[in-house]
Ligand binder design. Structure first.
Ligand code: TRP
Length: 353
C-alpha cells in the first residue's frame, strides 16, 4: 500500500515552539527519511474560518505567516506539496457527501470539539460550520488518500471520527476511501508543550508562547521569566523538575551535544536534574542554558525566514503551485466518490467548471 502523509495547521497566528516540538520537527524528519509516496502539508483556512468567520483578515494575514514558518523550519516544497485548503473546492463537495454519514450527537460527543466549545462560549448558538469541522477534516484527509497523519494528542478524536466516516462510506458505497492512522510523537514531553507561564498549553490566546520568529532578545526575556518550581526559593533548596516548565522544555529540546557546547560541567539532562533535585543549583543557570538551547534551535530557522521574507513572491508561487497540484489529486478522489455514489452522470465529458 502507498504511504501518503498529510497534515495541516489553522492560520490563526504564527507557529510557536509547541508546534515545533509537537509536529513541525517531526514533519521535517519524515520528509528527510523519504519513506513515503506523497506528502502534503496544508494551511487550513477553511477550518480556521469556522471559528473566525467574523475575522477574515486575521486568517488572510496568517496564510503567509504560516507558509513562512513552514519554509523556515525546513519543509521543502520540492519534496512536500504545500497548499491552501480553500483553493481545493472539491474538499467542500466531499464534506457535503460525508455529512450524511454522521449524526449530530456524534459531532457533539467529539472530545476536541467539546473542549473547544467550552472555551469559545458560543452558548446556545453554535454555528453549524464549526460543529461540522471534523467532517471537513475527514475530507481533507481522504481527498489525498492519506493514511499517515502526524498530529498532536488533541487531534486523535478527529482521526478517530475520520476512520468512522471512511468505514461507513465504504460499507454503504463499496470500498473507495482509505482509512487514516494518526502518527504521534514518541517523546511524551513533545505532545503538548506547556506555556512559559506553566499553563497546560502554549497558546496564542493565553499569551504564553515562544514564537519561531521571535528575536533573540524576546526569547531571552521570555525564558528568564519562565515558571519553574515555586518552592525552589533559595539555591540550596531541593527543587522539583517534574512540573517545572524549564525542565519540560529541556526534555523536549536538549541533546548531549548541547551540554558539551554550553554547560560542560554536566554530561546530560539526568545529571542536571539530579543536581537540581538535590539542591544547590539555581534557576538562573538552568534558564541561561535553556536559552542557549532554544537559540541553537531557532537561529537557523530565523535565517531561513529572512530569506523567504525577502522573496515573498516565491512563497506565493510555492502556495499556488502546491494548490494546483493538490487539486488534481483531490479531483481524482472526488470522481471515485461520485462514481461510488452513482452521481457520476456525464463521466468522460469535460468538466465545465
Ligand atoms: N485541526 C488541525 C489543527 O487544529 C488542522 C487540520 C485541518 C488538520 N485539517 C487537518 C490536521 C487534516 C491533520 C489533518 O491543528
Amino acid at each position: 500500500m502507498k504511504r501518503i502523509i498529510l497534515t495541516g495547521d489553522r492560520p490563526t497566528g504564527n507557529l510557536h515552539l509547541g508546534h515545533y516540538v509537537g509536529s513541525l520537527r517531526n514533519r521535517v524528519l519524515l520528509q528527510e527519511e523519504g519513506n513515503y509516496d506523497e506528502m502534503y502539508v496544508f494551511i487550513a483556512d477553511t477550518q480556521a474560518l469556522t471559528d473566525n468567520f467574523k475575522n477574515p483578515k486575521k486568517v488572510r494575514d496568517n496564510i503567509i505567516e504560516v507558509a513562512l514558518d513552514y519554509l523556515s523550519v525546513g519543509i521543502d516544497p520540492e519534496k512536500v506539496t504545500i497548499f491552501i485548503q480553500s483553493m481545493i473546492p472539491e474538499l467542500c463537495e466531499l464534506t457535503m457527501y460525508y455529512m450524511n454519514l454522521v449524526t449530530l450527537s456524534r459531532l457533539e460527543r467529539n472530545p476536541t470539539v467539546k473542549e473547544e466549545l467550552k472555551q469559545k462560549d458560543f452558548s446556545n448558538s453554535i454555528p453549524v460550520g464549526f460543529l461540522n469541522y471534523p467532517i471537513s477534516q475527514t475530507a481533507d484527509i481522504t481527498a489525498f488518500e492519506a493514511n499517515v497523519i502526524p498530529v498532536g494528542d488533541d487531534q486523535l478524536p478527529m482521526i478517530e471520527q475520520a476512520r468512522e466516516i471512511v468505514r461507513s462510506f465504504n460499507n454503504i458505497y463499496g470500498d473507495t476511501l482509505v482509512e487514516p492512522s494518526p502518527l504521534v510523537s514518541s517523546n511524551k514531553f513533545c505532545s503538548r508543550l506547556p506555556g512559559i507561564d506553566g499553563k497546560a498549553k502554549m497558546s496564542k490566546s493565553l499569551g504564553n508562547c515562544i514564537y519561531l520568529k521571535d528575536d533573540s532578545e524576546t526569547v531571552k526575556k521570555k525564558v528568564m521569566s519562565m515558571y519553574t518550581d515555586p518552592n525552589h526559593l533559595r539555591v540550596e533548596d531541593p527543587g522539583n523538575t517534574k512540573d517545572n516548565t524549564v525542565f519540560i522544555y529541556l526534555e523536549a529540546l536538549v541533546t548531549d551535544e548541547h551540554f558539551k557546547k554550553y554547560l560542560p560541567s554536566y554530561k546530560n539532562l539526568n545529571e542536571l536534574k539530579t543536581h537540581y533535585e538535590k539542591g544547590g543549583l539555581g534557576d538562573v543557570i538552568v534558564k541561561r542554558f535553556l536559552y542557549d538551547v532554544i537559540e541553537d534551535t531557532l537561529r537557523p530557522i530565523r535565517e531561513k525566514r529572512k530569506y523567504y521574507e525577502n522573496n515573498v513572491d516565491l512563497v506565493y508561487n510555492i502556495l499556488k503551485d502546491g494548490s494546483k497540484k493538490a487539486r488534481t489529486r483531490a479531483i481524482n478522489t472526488l470522481n471515485k466518490v461520485k462514481k461510488a455514489m452513482l452521481i457520476n452522470y456525464f463521466e468522460g465529458e469535460k468538466d465545465e467548471r
